[in-house]
Design a protein. Structure first.
Length: 263
């Protein structure tokens, strides 16, 4: 099914993990993909994989926390592929697990990457979308923005991102631009944060799986599938919502209840 035939999407942080899975899924459904990354080698690898599957893609180097860099990145993406139909705000960063260890510079970076960066990317693409009367923005949030699960700076940014999503949906919905959010639970990737955690506990994903009602943590493809739906034309009446993709983690504490002996 080619739901994205003739569509052009920019995916931030598309060089690996969830971002790469989103790029490959949308490309598989017909979209041309601008892979926006600071890591040129990672972006090039995603482009290679898209092209190997007969898709069309371009690598774009940009820092999402820098306004000029993002403006240049959007211009480069559109020069390479054409006017953008959609933006997937995926790039993120988390470092400190608790407030005591969080230094002011850690906090600033987590807010900059996970909130300011999403704002800047949206601000950069919206004028073109408004001029064409159509567009889609999907912000990648986190269950950390809904309940306390550690990483206070990251979590605060993701909570604020929900408000930003709602603001964009209300202000630009009448101008043809839908904005939604997808909030993953634990997703098994090879990003730095999980590499550090796996060094301390090689079985961390197996340990976490018992808290998920579906019996496992998520895979990047789970999030890519959710994005592929919510960004598609068939979801035309979905605007300003937060699609939680967490295997039931935030909906039910039944795995915890089962730890107790109930009569």
């Amino acid at each position: 099914m080619k739901r994205y035939a003739d569509k052009i999407f920019m995916v931030t942080g598309g060089g690996g993990g969830i971002g790469r899975a989103i790029c490959l899924r949308l490309a598989n459904e017909g979209a041309a993909i601008a892979v926006l990354e600071k890591n040129d080698a990672a972006a090039a690898e995603t482009v290679r994989q898209v092209e190997a599957a007969s898709g069309r893609a371009a690598a774009v180097h940009a820092d999402i926390t820098d306004w000029e860099s993002i403006q240049n990145g959007v211009a480069e993406a559109e020069q390479a592929l054409g006017p953008l139909d959609g933006l997937i705000n995926n790039a993120g960063w988390a470092q400190r697990g608790n407030l005591e260890d969080t230094e002011p510079e850690d906090w600033d970076k987590e807010i900059a990457v996970n909130l300011r960066g999403h704002f800047l990317c949206a601000k950069a693409v919206i004028p073109g979308m408004v001029s064409r009367g159509k567009g889609v923005i999907v912000n990648i949030g986190s269950v950390n923005g809904l309940v306390y699960l550690g990483n206070p700076g990251y979590s605060a940014a993701k909570a604020a991102l929900l408000s930003l999503t709602q603001s964009l949906s209300g202000e630009y919905g009448p101008k043809g631009i839908r904005t939604n959010m997808v909030s993953p639970g634990t997703i098994e990737t090879d990003i730095e944060t999980w590499r550090i955690r796996r060094q301390k506990n090689p079985e961390i994903f197996e340990t976490l799986a018992r808290w998920y009602p579906v019996g496992r943590v998520g895979q990047p493809e789970d999030i890519a599938a959710a994005v592929a739906y919510i960004a598609a034309d068939e979801a035309a009446f979905v605007n300003g919502t937060n699609l939680v993709v967490d295997g039931g983690l935030t909906a039910s504490m039944n795995p915890m209840i089962e730890e107790f002996v109930l009569e």
